[in-house]
Design a protein. Structure first.
Length: 288
């Protein structure tokens, strides 16, 4: 699985950012979500690397990337990625983001419009929409969204129970509770058991109020590049609560959408062949 995959660490935007890369050709940047790392793309990069230079960073606070106390607003996290892309010599990219990575990718597409040729978002409702539509039902389903913003306490409660906490998400967020194999769970457990790992991830959520402010300030500035939205048809927190395509049509000028059947929150891991097929089709014609 790791043949042809290179791992590097570079200093960007005041942090050491770890990333994996594979292949040659036009750049395609894949941004993982929570509770994952760049390992989330293990079924995508071998396929995409046949034609593209696939770049998969661990976001600020995650995996092998530094976990500072500050800087988790999505504008700054997008700047992390922008500087990584610039370090690699690229001025324009195709960008793919899942979950938290989709939030970073959305902010990137708004702040650095000339750099994004096309954008893919997987199973994500934008931060502004979540906050502005929250009612009693959504608050209950999105409990983690708010719990993880509490200072200090979540880390203390999770310490020593990392496996229990992670397995809760991997089983309840997937259509098939056994969809994420044990090797992958062990890799995520290794990453999230490292010192400061959950603090980094929770700091990502704690930036929610700043992210909301940023999103409200340019809510009327639609994303200009073509956008592909994919979501798990059977995940209650996204497709079950929202008209996902309509939400994203309010975010961008050119949007196509796809609900993936028998799929929850982790499409790239639950239904990798379908996701790869759609990515290949959407990336067709991307020449860099």
């Amino acid at each position: 699985m790791t043949q042809g995959l290179k791992r590097r660490t570079v200093r960007v935007n005041g942090i050491r950012m770890h990333f994996a890369e594979a292949g040659d050709g036009p750049p395609v940047v894949l941004l993982h979500g929570y509770p994952e790392t760049h390992h989330a793309w293990r079924d995508q990069w071998p396929e995409l690397a046949r034609d593209y230079h696939v770049i998969m960073p661990d976001l600020r606070g995650y995996g092998e990337t530094d976990k500072p106390d500050q800087g988790y607003d999505k504008r700054n996290m997008a700047e992390d990625v922008r500087q990584l892309v610039a370090h690699l010599g690229y001025e324009r990219i195709a960008l793919v983001g899942h979950d938290r990575g989709a939030r970073v990718a959305t902010r990137f597409a708004k702040d650095h419009r000339a750099m994004v040729d096309r954008l893919v978002v997987l199973d994500n409702i934008p931060t502004r929409v979540v906050f502005e539509t929250t009612d009693a039902k959504i608050a209950k389903l999105y409990w983690f969204f708010y719990f993880q913003q509490v200072p200090h306490l979540p880390e203390a409660l999770v310490q020593g129970r990392e496996e229990m906490f992670l397995r809760h998400f991997f089983t309840t967020w997937c259509y098939d509770p056994a969809a994420i194999n044990e090797d992958a769970i062990k890799e995520y457990l290794r990453a999230y058991s490292a010192p400061g790992a959950f603090k980094g991830a929770f700091n990502d959520y704690r930036a929610g109020p700043i992210d909301l402010q940023q999103d409200q300030e340019d809510s009327d500035h639609l994303i200009e590049c073509p956008v592909l939205v994919m979501w798990g048809r059977d995940f209650e927190l996204v497709g079950g609560l929202y008209d996902v395509l309509a939400v994203w049509q309010g975010m961008a000028n050119d949007v196509r959408g796809l609900a993936i059947p028998e799929c929850g929150h982790l499409p790239q891991e639950e239904q990798p062949q379908r996701v790869n097929q759609e990515l290949r089709e959407f990336l067709r014609g991307w020449k860099g």
